[in-house]
Write a protein that binds this ligand. Structure first.
Ligand SMILES: N[C@@H](CCC(=O)N[C@@H](CS)C(=O)NCC(=O)O)C(=O)O
Length: 201
């Protein structure tokens, strides 16, 4: 399988963490692909018309996107432990997955906006407000995160917090969510998390 990949993308990181956890890394051939909102990538668009990474090309030529779909596909190929199949555990995992993805979506748009010559102040304020509110909710759910077996919700929340460190280090999120920061530090001990730190390149 070919994974259109970048070491900087937090959505790609979700897929890489899942692949590590599920011992599927040997089956992935990484294809370095550049995807930017303002520069559609013609080569990437041949396999994903949305020009986004991650995109997974299966050995039979079918393609899968986005990160949520790819992570669930890998889980089905592997031990199936990252996406609980039923009950409250399923909804809790999917909810954290959506919260982490939603936080990432806001952060990516925030970053694009702040790089414009004249960022719209109201938009920046809204992204800042939503980010802080999400951190507050996650701070109140640390005990639940700790008590729940590691799954796609944990993967996504960790990737979102890692992206804040990577692109929004001035936010000082650890002061806003100290228990979450401790939990995040514990998560760094996991080999799948340590091996997928975002890097420039
Ligand atoms: N919902 C998608 C988001 C993927 C995404 O936006 N990836 C970024 C890289 S971090 C991208 O490809 N951006 C290019 C674009 O938006 O055109 C997912 O979960 O995979």
């Amino acid at each position: 399988m070919q994974l259109h990949w970048s070491p900087k993308s937090p959505y790609v990181r979700k897929v890489m963490v899942c692949a590590h956890e599920l011992q599927l890394l040997p089956q992935l051939q990484l294809v370095r692909s550049v995807a930017a909102m303002l520069k559609p990538n013609a080569e990437l668009m041949q396999v994903n018309p949305l020009s986004k990474i991650p995109t997974l090309v299966l050995d039979d030529g079918r393609t899968l996107f986005d990160s949520a779909v790819i992570c669930e596909y890998l889980d089905a190929l592997g031990s199936g432990t990252l996406f609980p199949k039923e009950g409250d555990a399923r909804w809790a995992a999917l909810r954290w997955h959506a919260l982490g993805d939603g936080l990432l979506d806001a952060l990516i748009l925030w970053r694009n906006e702040r790089e414009r010559a004249q960022p719209l102040a109201a938009l920046i304020e809204a992204f800042d407000l939503k980010t802080r509110a999400t951190l507050q909710v996650l701070e109140s759910e640390v005990a639940a995160l700790q008590q729940t077996p590691f799954g796609i919700g944990h993967v996504t929340v960790v990737c979102a917090l890692g992206y804040i460190d990577y692109r929004f280090d001035t936010l000082g999120w650890r002061a806003l969510a100290p228990q979450l920061a401790q939990w995040f530090a514990q998560m760094q001990q996991r080999p799948s998390i340590a091996a997928t730190e975002p890097v420039n390149g």
